[in-house]
Design a protein around this ligand. Structure first.
Ligand code: PMP
Length: 363
């Protein structure tokens, strides 16, 4: 009998749920509000659509393996050196590449909990051990525990800011404290998938600290969220460390971003006006949804992402299952201690209405 690597034994398949057809059959005539994956339903703007159409016209040509034009624009906009940018097939790909590039069996990885499951899974896959920093009893990031863990010579500290699924975030002072606490031999990776939704005086991107930080730092970002390109699979990493970027280039597949995604991402970076309008709409809707859920008596954690983390006060898997009958797809959280929480993306106005109305009926 064939057996896979023992490290894989504890992993679960990601997103193994109902098919689109199953959901359509159960939604019985409702429009489907897909609020499960933190996409941006406003989608890409006309300039991006045009760039996609141009790029698809020559599908027989391999894409640029180093995505030079896009990487150079990212370098220009973030102020990082051109050689310290790496593209990936979504930031998921870069999380995988990162794990394979830097983790040895037995290494320790520190991450926040509840977490984006892939932050843990790729570490587990490599045989590393994961130290989870949980929330405080009042559902805040346990910053003291995080600083204490990050100050030890762990191999990697990896966290999303803002956090997924909780939506919580490190403020500028907390980020600076983390950067100061980081052990000089550890790599710190900040996954900023939701950075575009977090802008404001109480949030700071680590990009602003990259040039001056003396210890290894990697920042991951994606075109799947605010840029509205989740279906094309493209994200990037930037670092202050040549060694980290080189190691990641060594393990990635040579053509890990496709030509259409590269062209769309480049156009998206240079045409951001409509994106700003979509972000503003999402932020207004986020407030409205949080108010609606609070009015139903539910606890909603503060969020700087395009999603909310909501305590249903009952198993969220059951709530999520019943929402399907109302044409609404959300993500019931499955990690230990958070089984009463669901994560719901902030969608278009009608989608959020449909969700709030369904919640009122179900609860
Ligand atoms: N990081 C975080 C924190 C995320 O929430 C997500 C998407 N849910 C990703 C990375 C992956 O995004 P993508 O692969 O689409 O770039």
């Amino acid at each position: 009998k064939f057996s896979a690597r023992p490290e894989l034994g504890s992993l679960k398949l990601y997103n193994s749920g109902l098919t689109v057809d199953d959901i359509a059959a159960r939604a019985k005539g409702h429009r489907i509000a897909k609020l499960a994956s933190n996409e941006n339903p406003h989608g890409p703007n006309d300039a991006v659509q045009a760039a996609m159409r141009d790029a698809i016209a020559r599908p027989f040509i391999y894409p640029d393996p180093s995505a030079r034009a896009l990487a150079d624009e990212i370098a220009r906009q973030t102020g990082v050196e051109k050689s310290r940018v790496i593209l990936g097939d979504g930031s998921e790909d870069l999380l995988n590449v990162l794990a394979r590039a830097v983790l040895n069996a037995g290494d320790e990885v520190v991450t926040l909990f509840p977490s984006f499951p892939l932050h843990e899974d790729y570490a587990t896959m490599m045989g590393a051990t994961v130290t989870r920093i949980g929330l405080t009893p009042s559902y805040e990031i346990d910053i003291d525990a995080l600083l204490a863990a990050a100050s030890r010579p762990v191999r990697l500290t990896l966290l999303a800011n803002p956090m997924n699924p909780a939506g919580l975030w490190l403020g500028p002072d907390e980020l600076d404290a983390l950067l100061a606490a980081q052990h000089p031999e550890s790599l710190l990776c900040l996954d900023e998938a939701y950075v575009e939704y977090a802008a404001g005086p109480d949030y700071a991107s680590a990009v602003e600290r990259l040039a001056t930080h003396g210890k290894p730092l990697l920042i991951l970002r994606t075109f799947s969220k605010a840029y509205g390109l989740a279906g094309l699979r493209i994200g990037y990493g930037i670092s202050n460390s040549d060694d980290v970027i080189r190691a990641m280039h060594l393990v990635r597949t040579p053509f890990n971003t496709n030509a259409v995604a590269q062209a769309a991402a480049l156009a998206a970076l240079t045409h951001t006006d409509e994106m700003a309008e979509a972000i503003a709409d999402t932020l207004r809707e986020r407030v409205r949804m949080a108010e609606g859920l609070t009015a139903l008596g539910l606890r909603v954690l503060p969020s700087r992402g395009n999603f909310l983390f909501v305590d249903c006060g009952q198993p969220s898997a059951e709530v999520a299952d019943r929402l399907i009958d109302h044409g609404v797809i959300v993500k019931p959280w499955k990690q230990e201690g958070f089984e009463s929480f669901l994560r719901v993306s902030v969608g278009l106005g009608w989608e959020n209405d449909q969700f709030l109305e369904a919640m009122a009926r179900i609860l």
